[in-house]
Structures are given as structure tokens and as C-alpha cells.
Ligand binder design. Structure first.
Ligand SMILES: Cc1cc2nc3c(=O)[nH]c(=O)nc-3n(C[C@H](O)[C@H](O)[C@H](O)COP(=O)(O)OP(=O)(O)OC[C@H]3O[C@@H](n4cnc5c(N)ncnc54)[C@H](O)[C@@H]3O)c2cc1C
Length: 247
């Protein structure tokens, strides 16, 4: 976690549908856009109506000096409200929140995104491009309608689909096997659904590749106070009993 967290009244610039049930909204948010780092997220109040008082966490998918964008799937009441935001509507957001990715300078980064986990991976890809750091990008989905990038192996961009309708037929692990080179220089950065993250972790354990997973468990506050986002650590040391050491 880092210190500078802003509560900002952002303004909706645009919303467009970019894939099946997937939307991209750009927000004018100069404070947060100036401070957020790839991997971090914002916590959004989708409406000022007290019936919808819980914020919804969303990773930032792109940033420039004034604006940020988010990419989201509509799954429930909050995201339904978000997709219908009107242009210039003012939206209350908190950020930057959460951890950010590091260590991409020393390695050959492999970026892996799946499901709603694609947003922070896109932001990291943009960042690496701006630093002229070459990387491989693998995006996984069930079918081609959920993808919004082209399968472009010549530029190290790989789409995978469970049904084979675009790119590599299979999961992101099939894509990973193609580009894994056993040279001890690669590092994986991944964000996606729990099953995908588990598979990436097992691959990295089996092949001794360093792997940095961005976990997106359901949460409320977004900055650690409600402890709703906890993930139990594989910690068998009986002396380590405090909450922080266990989760
Ligand atoms: C740090 C973080 C970053 C995120 N970034 C993105 C993003 O970039 N794009 C995106 O589309 N989504 C992202 N999510 C998930 C997003 O926050 C939820 O999809 C959203 O809150 C759902 O709100 P809702 O009101 O539409 O759905 P609700 O009505 O609250 O829930 C609808 C369904 O979605 C399930 N659900 C809600 N949140 C999650 C979750 N975090 N994981 C798994 N299932 C969930 C609920 O259990 C329920 O079944 C992120 C979550 C976290 C914690």
C-alpha cells in the first residue's frame, strides 16, 4: 500500500462496449491519474443513491496525465449502473489503492490476463511499451467474442480461447508453454479468475519461474480496514499466529 490516496469527484468522459458484455469507461481524474501505478485499482461509488452505498473496486486499465480508464464486465447492480453513466456525470472514486507491480526491469516480462483481470495487465503492457521494455502478452477467454485485441504472435501478443475460436485453442497455460524458455530470466505478471491464477502458480512452481499474481478477492473498503479481502497464507509455522501473518 502507498500513502497518497485521493477521494476524487471524477467526470465521465466516455463509455463504449469493447467486447461481449465488456465496457471501457474513461474518467477525467487528474489526481488519481497522476499518481496511480500499473496493478493498482480505484474504489468506485456507482451511484450517490443510498440504496447503492457500497463501492466497487476496479483496476485501472490505462492512464494519462488527466484521465484513467477502466474495463469491466457487467455482472450485477453496480456494474449495470456504471455502464449507464452519462457523459460528464460526476463519480466519486478513491485511489490509488492496492499494490503495484515491480521487477519488470530485471526480467523478460510475461503478462497474463484472464476474465476481468485483463484491465491491470493492459495498463502494465502500456507502461512497458512506454519504457521500451519488450514483453509477451497472453490473454485468455472462453470465446473470441470476449476478446478485444487481435491474436498477433509476431508482436508477442497471444489470445487464447477455450473453444478455439481465436488464437491458441486452450487456456493461458497453453500460451505460456509456447513462450516459456527456461532461461531463468522470465517473470510472470498475472491477474485473472482464481482457477487461472492457481494454474499459473502451479506452472511457475513446476518450472521455477518467478510469478507475481494480482489477487482480486471481493472487498469493501479497498484499503485494508474492513479485512474483507483476506487470502489465507500457506503458513504452517505455529509461532506465526497474528492476523497479519496468517492472511
Ligand atoms: C482489486 C479488484 C480489482 C477489480 N478490477 C476489476 C476490473 O478491472 N474489471 C472488472 O470487471 N471487475 C473487476 N473487479 C471485480 C469487480 O469489483 C466486481 O465484478 C464488481 O464489484 C461487481 O459489482 P456488481 O455490483 O456489478 O456485482 P454484484 O451485484 O456485487 O455481484 C454480482 C456477482 O459477481 C460476484 N462478484 C462480485 N465481486 C467479485 C469479485 N471481486 N470476484 C469474483 N466475483 C465477484 C458476486 O459474488 C456475484 O455473484 C475487481 C475486483 C477487485 C477486488
Amino acid at each position: 500500500m502507498q500513502n497518497n490516496i485521493f477521494q476524487e469527484q471524477a467526470k465521465v468522459v466516455s463509455t463504449k462496449q469493447i467486447a461481449d458484455n465488456t465496457f471501457e469507461t474513461t474518467l477525467f481524474s487528474p489526481n488519481i491519474s497522476g499518481h496511480i501505478k500499473p496493478g493498482q485499482f480505484i474504489n468506485i461509488l456507482p451511484s450517490n443513491n443510498w440504496s447503492y452505498m457500497m463501492r466497487r473496486p476496479m483496476s485501472v486499465a490505462s492512464q494519462n496525465s488527466d484521465c484513467i480508464s477502466i474495463i469491466y464486465k457487467v455482472v450485477g447492480v453496480g456494474t449495470r449502473l456504471m455502464k449507464d453513466w452519462s457523459k460528464n456525470q460526476v463519480v466519486d472514486i478513491l485511489g490509488p489503492l492496492g499494490n503495484f507491480w515491480t521487477g519488470y526491469n530485471e526480467y523478460e516480462p510475461i503478462l497474463i490476463g484472464g476474465g476481468v483481470g485483463i484491465a491491470p495487465i493492459i495498463n502494465l503492457k502500456n507502461h512497458l511499451d512506454s519504457l521500451s521494455i519488450n514483453c509477451n502478452l497472453i490473454m485468455g477467454s472462453r470465446t473470441k467474442n470476449e476478446h478485444f485485441l487481435d491474436h498477433d504472435p509476431q508482436n508477442d501478443i497471444y489470445m487464447t480461447t477455450d473453444d478455439g475460436s481465436l488464437g491458441i485453442h486452450g487456456t493461458v497455460i497453453d500460451g505460456l508453454r509456447l513462450i516459456y524458455s527456461n532461461n531463468n530470466k522470465q517473470k510472470i505478471f498475472a491477474c485473472g479468475p482464481p482457477g487461472m491464477m492457481e494454474a499459473v502458480k502451479f506452472f511457475s512452481d513446476d518450472n521455477n519461474v518467478i510469478c507475481d499474481l494480482a489477487i482480486e478477492t471481493i472487498m469493501a473498503c479497498g484499503f485494508g480496514i474492513c479485512q474483507g479481502c483476506t487470502v489465507e497464507l500457506n503458513n504452517t509455522d505455529t509461532k506465526k499466529t497474528s492476523y497479519r501473518e496468517k492472511y
